[in-house]
Design a protein around this ligand. Structure first.
Ligand code: MN
Length: 230
């Protein structure tokens, strides 16, 4: 096959640094699971016992690697959601839960930044969520830590402080749909690929941010994430 002549230069391939490696992780897609911790589902007005998992996507180019998160346009209710991020090294379709973890390269800590006012307006109208979820810089993320260094975390604290005050707190063991089942569900809907990221949902306590706020997120045994809203 010959390489096509592009009309203009393609945009750069989004990638995440990898702890302990000079090679970077090229990002293919970003999947996010909604309402995956019971108390967060309840705070958003939903019954956690009645729902199958559901997913939305952000754009790979929405990843923010730097410390400064620019306050986005067209919102007055920007929310933080701290999440464990799963990074895949391989994929496929119809992956059984029992095989799912063999596709995981590593983990990171991310923020699913959300224009909650826009998301809520879209929900009311039965419209898609992109304007609330998939905007520029909406996926701040740490470098990836390989699973061969830290294993596969299935329990451990996940929390976020804003201006040194604890705002969200939970435990990975509280996920309604664990990581193997998230991969199984996703692979029944999409063809998963090496380079895919999965934001695995957020515990209770989401809230609003303003310029100058300092966010410090943490997942036990994985990483710490520091972001300031500018
Ligand atoms: Mn989320």
């Amino acid at each position: 096959m010959t390489t096509p002549a592009y009309l203009f230069s393609p945009q750069p391939q989004p990638a995440l640094p990898v702890v302990g490696s000079s090679a970077v992780f090229p990002v293919h897609r970003i999947y996010c699971v909604g309402r995956n911790y019971a108390e967060h589902a309840i705070e958003m007005g939903h019954d956690p016992n009645k729902e199958a998992p559901f997913f939305f996507q952000k754009n790979p180019s929405n990843i923010l690697l730097g410390r400064e998160f620019p306050y986005p346009a067209q919102t007055s209710d920007l929310h933080f959601e701290i999440e464990l991020v799963v990074a895949l090294k391989s994929g496929g379709t119809n992956i059984p839960a029992a095989d799912a973890m063999s596709h995981v390269y590593g983990y990171a800590v991310g923020l699913d930044m959300t224009r909650r006012d826009l998301q809520n307006a879209q929900k009311k109208l039965g419209r898609p969520w992109e304007v609330g979820k998939a905007f520029e810089h909406s996926a701040p993320c740490t470098p990836i830590v390989p699973a061969d260094k830290i294993g596969h975390p299935s329990k451990g604290a996940i929390w976020v402080d804003v201006n040194n005050e604890r705002r969200q707190t939970g435990d990975l063991a509280q996920m309604i749909w664990d990581i193997p089942n998230q991969i199984r569900f996703l692979s029944e809907l999409f063809e998963l690929k090496a380079g895919d990221l999965i934001f695995t949902g957020t515990p209770a306590g989401v809230g609003s941010l303003k310029k100058g706020d300092k966010i410090h997120g943490h997942v036990d045994g994985v990483a710490d994430l520091d972001v300031v809203v500018v």
